[in-house]
Ligand binder design. Structure first.
Ligand SMILES: C[S@@+](CC[C@H](N)C(=O)[O-])C[C@H]1O[C@@H](n2cnc3c(N)ncnc32)[C@H](O)[C@@H]1O
Length: 196
């Protein structure tokens, strides 16, 4: 059992991932007047949610760890805002319509069945032209031997993105660490736009 609250507290100071700005660009740029909506699934330390909000987006940040709430403090540099949903993602029946769906190092944690169940709900929340910016653990990952974690192959990920135009695909396949343990990371990140 991972202590996500401790991990998130540790990660709280990290800069936003570059995938945030790439997703914003793919979705047409900053929002200043009528803000667009982003879903950040497994928002963790909150850095990426806050970055979207600084660029004028309204962010629905989901996480089962409620210590995140304290870090999502609005400040005057933020033209958007962050709405925190303290919930297990597997229990969300319907997501708000969003221009960007963003998730890093989280969707695979829902397990194969959880991923299969949430994916159509996410695709359904995106309008045509909406942007999916998500990563998934894949076959070479140390967690591929765990039945409770989803590690789809590249082909299966491509199948999930049928109906999308792939804007960018990147792959991390390297030894690393997770907390105190050694771990091989195989993470496939896909930035894609929903087709009409
Ligand atoms: C590895 S962290 C990733 C955090 C952040 N997205 C990042 O890339 O740094 C996974 C996050 O997902 C959350 N999480 C894990 N399983 C979840 C679930 N079933 N529902 C909601 N949040 C979950 C954890 O609390 C944690 O904050």
């Amino acid at each position: 059992m991972v202590d996500w609250a401790a991990l998130n507290a540790h990660a709280a100071g990290r800069p936003a991932r570059r995938l945030v700005s790439k997703a914003i660009t793919a979705a047409g740029g900053d929002r200043h007047a009528q803000s667009g909506v982003v879903l950040d699934l497994g928002a963790g330390a909150g850095a990426d949610s806050l970055q979207f909000a600084r660029h004028g987006w309204t962010v629905h940040a989901y996480d089962a760890d409620d210590t995140l709430a304290a870090r999502l403090v609005e400040n005057e540099r933020m033209s958007g805002d962050v709405i925190f949903h303290h919930t297990d993602l597997a229990e969300v029946e319907e997501f708000p319509a969003a221009r960007i769906i963003y998730s890093t190092y989280t969707l695979g944690l829902l397990g194969p069945e959880g991923l299969a169940a949430i994916w159509p709900k996410l695709v359904g929340a995106l309008p045509v032209g909406g942007v999916m910016a998500v990563d998934l653990f894949s076959t070479n990952d140390s967690w591929a031997e765990r039945p409770d974690i989803a590690t789809p192959s590249r082909e299966q990920i491509d199948e999930m993105f049928r109906g999308f135009q792939i804007v960018e695909r990147s792959e991390r396949d390297e030894d690393g660490r997770f907390l105190a343990d050694r771990k091989h990371w195989h993470v496939i990140t896909t930035l894609a736009r929903k087709r009409g």
